[in-house]
Design a binder for this molecule. Structure first.
Ligand code: RAM
Length: 514
């Protein structure tokens, strides 16, 4: 249901629609997948010739080629097809786009993932008359491309020419890499490319999948963007999209569909709490406090959805009816993290209210913070173990410790030894994805644990680089290359902007790259 106000916010979002920048990229080489148990997901792409050699390949029915564009791109594929002989049948071409070697090496079918098979990037076209030049209408996210001549005719041959990708971004193709020691420069470049490729007409979570605006992802992308590409208008557009699509009860969506018209996607209790911090970051980075004033009621409303599950002892109890997300980890108990996230959100609301001159709000919100911090310190702290516990099983996880630190439940003097114990204790539930690892990094750096953060950066993001990443991934567990929240590693997103935050961390905490 759209109100006059939400329509106005959506109109504002529309006026901020960016003009995308386009750049043409050509493939760099012809490659061949080779099974290799040491390579990421078991596949290495062996370079067999420069891409210019493609014109010497005359293809018969059933032949295929695999091209490497040298880096991950997001855009439209253009090409032309030429003929030798008489075309006595249609030519069928199959295109398979891959962000990773596995996508062009392994068959997509039979597919048993739990997200739609249509996210896997393939396309079939039939051409009745050669020569023919065209551009595929759908946008793809890829570095590798397999082209199969998928008909069965060998009476005539075809040749592929002029293959290029019209790549798109709302950022810039020039990456604002900062001078850093070599060990960090590659991580910075890959982070920036990841963010660049996700910056389209909204901040997409991943340009292969879901190509959608998620609030938790937006917060991290926006933070990285403020210190790098500095496209403030795109963040403003996204904030308007969340405000304009909020439900009748006032809750902002966890994710928004942008097209064909902006729509509420789904509900996520955690992400609703992150609207206020995202708005605050925007106002502080851009100086646009007018937007903060305009969207203050939206930000203020979000905390009510989580606060309704805070009991009389001031502890958040998970009702089990909401999607609460901190990491792609089934074993993770979210109670303590969510309790901390509420405090984190309240703190952002206090700063917003203070800047907007709302002293009564400041006082009321601060009173809630005192109650919730107190409850965390008394009811969720296990003195014997020296960790925060979560849920009826009293689970100890990295997520709980890290979010408590970010929420300022401990003093820095208390927080640093807690995080050191966490890193040293092997039995805690550990993160599976860059989203939670980012929060680990921020927690470490916020309390001055620089060498620990450096080691983690090199081990985790450096680990993706060592496995061939040219953009960073949605999930990565060094112990399990094929880990997927969707029961199929091929449908994971391998350019996922919540993993682009090293570029933010390196700039916000310069000690990290010393
Ligand atoms: C995934 C999306 C997104 C994330 C949510 C929680 O499906 O890709 O990145 O925010 O889940």
């Amino acid at each position: 249901m759209f109100t006059t106000q939400s329509i106005r916010w959506l109109q504002q979002a529309q006026t901020l629609l960016p003009q995308l920048t386009e750049r043409l990229f050509s493939p760099t080489s012809l490659v061949e997948p080779c099974a290799d148990s040491d390579a990421f997901q078991g596949w290495r792409l062996q370079q067999i010739a420069p891409a210019a050699e493609l014109v010497n390949r005359w293809m018969s029915g059933g032949d295929s080629v695999v091209l490497d564009f040298g880096e991950h791109l997001v855009g439209h594929l253009a090409f032309s097809v030429h003929l030798s002989g008489t075309q006595n049948a249609p030519v069928r071409l199959q295109f398979i786009f891959g962000e990773t070697p596995a996508e062009v090496a392994e068959p997509f079918d039979p597919y048993r993932g739990n997200l739609s098979r249509a996210w896997l990037q393939d396309e079939v076209i039939n051409l009745d008359e050669l020569p023919h030049a065209m551009q595929l209408p759908r946008r793809y996210a890829f570095r590798y491309l397999r082209i199969v001549r998928a008909d069965t005719e060998d009476d005539f041959l075809i040749q592929l020419r002029d293959i290029s990708c019209h790549a798109l971004t709302a950022a810039s193709f020039e990456l604002p890499v900062q001078p850093t020691p070599a060990a960090f420069a590659d991580i910075d470049r890959v982070s920036l490319r990841t963010l660049r490729n996700c910056m389209q007409t909204v901040f997409e979570d991943g340009p292969k999948r879901d190509r959608r605006l998620w609030l938790g992802d937006l917060r991290l992308m926006a933070q990285t963007n403020y210190l790098t590409f500095r496209n403030f208008a795109l963040v403003k557009r996204c904030l308007y999209l969340f405000a304009g699509t909020a439900g009748e009860d006032g809750m902002v969506a966890g994710s928004v569909y942008e097209r064909p018209r902006p729509l509420y996607g789904n509900s996520l209790l955690t992400f609703a709490c992150l609207f206020a911090p995202t708005l605050l970051d925007y106002a502080q980075a851009s100086g646009d406090w007018e937007l903060a004033r305009e969207l203050w009621p939206v930000a203020r409303r979000q905390i009510d959805f989580a606060l309704q599950y805070v009991q009389s002892d001031q502890l958040f109890i998970d009702p089990g009816t909401w999607w609460i997300f901190f990491d792609w980890c089934e074993a993770l108990d979210n109670q303590a993290s969510m309790h901390a996230c509420i405090i984190y959100s309240l703190r952002a609301l206090v700063v917003l209210a203070d800047n907007l001159g709302l002293p009564q709000e400041v006082a009321a919100l601060q009173a809630r913070i005192v109650q919730l911090v107190d409850a965390a310190r008394t009811l969720l702290w296990d003195e014997e173990q020296g960790f925060f516990i979560s849920g009826v099983q009293r689970q100890c996880s990295w997520s709980s410790q890290v979010w408590m630190v970010l929420a300022g439940v401990l003093t820095p003097a208390e927080a640093a030894p807690l995080l050191q114990r966490m890193l040293a204790q092997p039995d805690l539930v550990r993160p599976n994805g860059p989203y939670l690892y980012h929060h680990v990094m921020e927690a470490l750096l916020s309390v001055g644990l620089v060498s620990e953060a450096q080691a983690l950066l090199q081990e985790y993001w450096g680990g993706m680089l060592a496995r061939g990443a040219t953009t960073f991934w949605e999930v990565f567990n060094p112990a399990d290359d094929r880990l997927s929240p969707y029961a199929n590693h091929l449908v994971n997103s391998y350019c996922h902007a919540w993993s682009s935050t090293p570029s933010y961390l390196m700039r916000k905490y310069p000690a990290l790259i010393k």
